[in-house]
Design a protein around this ligand. Structure first.
Ligand SMILES: Nc1ncnc2c1ncn2[C@@H]1O[C@H](COP(=O)(O)OP(=O)(O)OP(=O)(O)O)[C@@H](O)[C@H]1O
Ligand SMILES: [Mg+2]
Length: 1021
């Protein structure tokens, strides 16, 4: 402790003493004085003070002048004749009084530092310490501390916290759950605790651990991410899930705890959000050794009232011996006596006093302390020459003590001045924490005045504590405060008349609303809460929608949906003409969230409600939009309903005068029919003309989904460059709830285009990367498994392809949440084709035919995305099989059907293959003319379009044909062309990629590459 003249600076209690008297000083003024006293006898500039005390915050330098003024006042220093602080004009300040180190104990102010005087909790404290010992041994600990309000949970945990902190090399952090809106903020207390940890002296290690092991958490702290890292981080966490987020933080904490043990305290879990419960559950259940301990406090009554899942979680953990609970009891009379003894050392107080306080407070510590404070304030106990004595006899004192804690707190409140009361009332409406800035604006007062008032209360340790200066949006820092106890806040809040309360809530909401930029979203649930409490439901709904986005950014889609459901529940309270618009919007968001979770049926149900609500209200644009959204989930579970929905959307747009919307909707509708139903020329024309129209109308903002569907259509017409470009552009959109699926859709479209143009190696790379990501996210990479199966099939690794498909079919959870049948269907399609070719390879043609038949028949394999292309591929397989069986009749039937269907599409790949198989059948029938005709048709196509997969096969057949005709020159040039295409495909693989070697050594390919080994097979292989 530093001493100067008659003063002593007490850093522990953050106060100044003159002799035995505590001198009131605001916390910030104290900090400034402390800095000067710790750097005496030299110039200290304003910048130095700002940098040392508020490094992260902009503080108006003028404020320092104000603090110095306040300090001078309490020290009794004069600026013109200073004995303590000298002002060096335009430079700064110098502390000029001699400073010494003072060792003697400071007498305790009876009203200070209650928590250091904990009584009657030796048992529970011992339990916590024993648990911590186990944690130090690597046995993770989760402890719940339960008890009624004011029973001393926080006091116990604080005391334990101090005990642990004294051991050094232990990281400790606290996370506070908040009442009102906190339950709508996923991971609120964990983010709070992490914020403390990252700002602590060894915070760098935490940031590193987050960067390495928990990117989904790092991104929640924008100030910790450098702008140039942001995009890479966004990509890294794309598609993350709740499971991943929980797992990552567990791993990060485990890794950090291997260097230094961690104590995490979660306070007031009765207000917790569901995501934090998941996290606590995971922390408790993981089996890895970890030196950490989680202590959670909660009030059982509030858990029951709020219907929180905490109870279930705790019971479950208890059954499995994964947690323990300390239930705090009321203090017994001897503990009250002990409290008095520590509070009033050297006192000669009558023994009846402890009994009286015990009877009144019923052993509730908060009440007990409040009574003692009350007695001191009333002067019933006084310090006379260092000895505490009763100033009145015990008996008459009794009736003066309020009967309940609530009354007690009210009495204390009533003793404050009117402006203090007003400030505290406003503060109690703001919440457990409040800033002088908000209170000032709600009361239409000067912030400085409120700050002084609150600082005064805090310095006298009445009702609130000062918790420091925090940055505010308008580049000004404001002092923040919290209530000494939540019951103080509640007591004050309950006194306010309902009408006034609502008005204050509205004023708080309006004030917070003026905060712009990204901060507004951070405050959204708080603002929504105040609007709701103030009866401004429309605004409440709008901010709930914004708050939901926070949940989405934390991959907490269930919470996202819950927040929106809450908003839906408020809809009937707003003006009728606004209801539909907001309801539709919310329902659509709910649909998006279900879609992102993979719950397609729920997603479709939400979009359907949105569409019908919009329809009823006559909001045609919104209706069209919702109907358009329906295509996405229905595309996976029931394509026909998707097509019907978008058809309905077209009808609606036709009754509107909105050419742009009409063109967009028509384009989407035509694309859907083409991709999900079958290829029709008129739809292809419609799609193209609608796209052209959008161009002419200058539509630069075509929705990504519409665009990507259009790009698919381009792929299946051989416009690969255009398609590729659209898909690429669609991929980097990362910032919305639905963007994940768009990204996914874009990526999957890109792979299909790459497959058509034979860039198999690139597809394989995308697939591998996506599978790695899926593993990190705990997702099932079903789509990418299909792509791999497809790549393998085109690279003639049919066994491998079938293996991949088998593994897909064996997956228990095909889709993250339900809808396995959807994917199963697609898988069966793929698997059957791959298996069919495998069987072909093995010569099991009849089995192959069975498989292909299954794909072809809608009754066995219902419609799915691009099902027609697969059905044609199956037809190709069938005719191949009959050809091998030398049943030319049946081979022809299938090949003709294939050609017929292929010619109805615009897909050059399928058409080239359809002509090619015709050429082979004709060749087998020794019908040279027809064979030549057919192969020329195929050659024309592969000349125009970049379809190397079809091209090498076409040239291979041409080679055979010309060899049969003994036209060796022409034959050789086709062989060379085939070889060129083959290498083009093979070279798209990375060097050393096994699939490349498999492709090059597969029978049909090897025959082309080593023609000399093939002599004699020209006509019959
Ligand atoms: N064991 C104790 N000995 C002395 N004083 C105590 C003790 N426990 C609590 N107190 C006093 O009671 C007050 C209320 O206690 P505390 O805040 O710890 O209660 P809590 O159980 O955390 O309440 P809540 O459920 O409202 O959070 C404390 O500020 C402290 O002054
Ligand atoms: Mg508490």
């Amino acid at each position: 402790m530093k001493a100067f003249r008659s003063f002593r600076l007490d850093p522990v209690n953050q106060c100044l003493w003159r002799g035995e008297q505590r001198v009131a000083l605001t916390p910030k003024a104290f900090d400034v004085l402390r800095y000067l006293v710790e750097h005496p006898g030299r110039l200290v500039t304003q910048d130095e003070i700002l940098e040392a005390l508020w490094p992260e915050t902009y503080v108006n330098p003028e404020l320092i002048k104000k603090y110095i003024l306040g300090i001078r006042k309490v020290l009794g220093d004069q600026q013109d004749k200073p004995v303590y602080i000298e002002t060096l004009p335009k430079r700064g300040y110098q502390f000029i009084a001699p400073v010494t180190d003072h060792i003697a104990e400071v007498p305790q102010d009876p009203s200070s530092d209650y928590t250091s005087k904990m009584v009657g909790r030796a048992g529970p404290l011992g339990e916590l310490q024993a648990a911590f010992k186990k944690a130090l041994g690597g046995q993770r600990q989760v402890i719940f501390v339960a008890g009624e309000p004011g029973i001393g949970k926080t006091t116990l945990v604080d005391s334990f916290h101090r005990h642990v902190s004294r051991q050094g090399n232990v990281r400790t952090a606290r996370g506070q759950c908040v009442e009102g809106f906190g339950g709508k903020e996923p991971y609120y207390p964990m983010l709070d605790a992490l914020g403390h940890l990252t700002r602590s002296p060894n915070g760098g290690a935490i940031v590193q651990a987050l960067a390495k092991r928990a990117p989904t958490w790092l991104i929640q702290f924008p100030s910790l991410v450098k702008p140039e890292q942001r995009e890479a981080l966004q990509r890294e966490i794309l598609g993350a899930t709740r499971e991943r987020m929980v797992r990552e933080i567990c791993e990060a904490l485990e890794s950090v705890s291997s260097e230094a043990p961690i104590l995490l305290v979660f306070e007031d879990l009765h207000w917790v959000d569901p995501s934090t419960l998941d996290l606590i559950s995971a922390l408790a259940r993981r089996r890895e050794q970890a030196k950490f301990m989680v202590v959670c406090t909660y009030r059982p009554v509030d858990v029951i009232l709020s219907n929180s899942k905490l109870k279930g979680l705790k019971q479950d953990l208890e059954v499995h011996n994964l947690c323990s609970e300390i239930a705090l009891e009321r203090l017994p009379e001897p503990a009250v006596a002990e409290y008095l003894a520590t509070e009033f050392p050297n006192a000669s107080l009558p023994p009846g006093l402890a009994n009286l306080i015990y009877r009144h407070s019923d052993g509730n510590p908060l009440f007990m302390v409040a009574i003692v404070q009350d007695i001191i304030k009333k002067g019933l106990i006084a310090n006379h020459k260092g000895e505490w004595t009763l100033t009145k006899p015990l008996e008459p004192m009794d009736p003066g003590v309020p009967q309940s804690l609530q009354q007690m707190l009210e009495v204390q409140f009533e003793r404050l001045t009117a402006p203090e009361q007003r400030a505290l009332e406003a503060g109690s409406v703001v919440g457990e924490h409040f800033s002088a800035w908000v209170v000032a604006s709600v009361l239409e007062e000067e912030p400085d005045r409120i700050e002084d008032l609150c600082d005064g209360l805090a310095a006298r340790q009445q009702v609130i504590n000062a918790i420091g200066t925090q940055e505010l949006p308008h580049a000004l820092a404001a002092a923040h405060y919290d209530f000494r106890h939540s019951l103080y806040r509640q007591a004050i809040y309950r006194r306010i008349a309902p009408g006034k309360r609502a008005r204050l809530h509205r004023a708080v909401a309006e004030r917070l609303k003026t905060v712009g930029g990204p901060r507004q979203r951070q405050l959204a649930s708080e603002i929504a809460f105040h609007f709701e409490s103030g009866g401004e439901y429309e605004q409440a709904i709008r901010f709930l929608i914004l708050a939901a986005e926070n949940a989405a950014a934390r991959f907490a889609y269930r919470d996202y949906i819950q927040v929106l459901q809450h908003a839906l529940g408020l809809i009937h309270k707003i003006e009728a003409h606004l209801q539909a618009e907001l309801e539709v919007q919310i329902l659509e968001f709910i649909g998006d969230a279900h879609y992102a979770l993979g719950a397609m049926a729920e997603s479709a149900a939400a979009y359907e409600s949105a569409a019908s609500r919009a329809g009823q209200a006559g909001f045609k644009t919104a209706q069209v939009n919702a109907l358009g959204c329906l295509v996405r989930p229905f595309g996976l579970i029931d394509p026909d309903r998707g097509i019907a929905a978008i058809g309905r959307a077209v009808e609606v747009t036709q009754s509107m005068q909105d050419p742009l919307l009409l063109a967009r909707t028509q384009m989407l509708a035509a694309s859907c029919r083409l991709l999900y139903d079958c290829w029709r020329e008129q739809d292809a024309v419609l799609c193209a003309s609608a796209h052209q129209q959008l161009k002419e109308l200058g539509d630069t903002d075509i929705p990504p989904f519409h665009n990507m569907m259009y790009a698919y259509v381009q792929t299946f017409q051989g416009n690969y460059v255009e398609a590729f470009e659209i898909f690429e552009r669609g991929i980097p959109k990362l910032n919305q709830t639905t963007s994940l699926m768009e990204h996914f859709f874009g990526l999957s479209g890109k792979t299909v285009t790459l497959l058509r143009v034979g860039r198999l190696g690139e597809v394989l790379q995308i697939v591998r990367h996506a599978k790695e990501m899926a593993e990190k996210n705990g997702n099932d990479p079903w789509l990418f498994n299909f792509r791999e199966a497809w790549v393998r099939m085109l690279a003639l690794d049919f066994e491998g392809s079938a293996r991949v498909c088998d593994s897909i079919l064996q997956m228990k959870t095909l889709y993250q949440v339900g809808q396995p049948q959807t994917i199963g269907r697609i898988a069966r399609g793929y698997a059957a084709i791959a298996a069919g070719f495998t069987e072909l390879d093995r010569g099991h043609y009849n089995r192959a035919i069975e498989f292909f038949n299954g794909v072809r028949h809608p009754s066995i394999t219902p419609k799915f995305f691009l099902h027609w292309a697969w059905r044609m591929t199956a037809q190709l397989g069938m005719s191949e099989a009959w050809l091998q069986l030398k049943d030319m009749g049946k081979a022809s039937v299938e090949a003709d059907a294939f050609l017929h269907s292929a010619l109805e599409t615009a897909d050059p790949h399928l058409q080239a293959l359809a002509w090619e198989v015709q050429a082979r059948i004709a060749l087998s029938n020794e019908d040279w003319t027809r064979s030549k005709d057919c192969i020329h048709k195929a050659l024309e196509i592969v000349r125009v379009f970049e379809v190397p997969i079809a091209a090498w096969q076409v040239h291979a057949t041409a080679w055979r044909l010309y060899r049969c005709k003994q036209e060796h020159g022409a034959a050789e040039s086709h062989r060379q062309a085939a070889e060129e295409y083959i290498f083009k495909i093979a070279n798209s693989f990375a060097h050393g990629e096994p699939l490349r070697e498999m492709f090059l050594s597969a029978g049909p390919v090897a025959r082309i590459l080593n023609p000399s080994g093939d002599i004699g097979h020209a006509a019959d292989d």
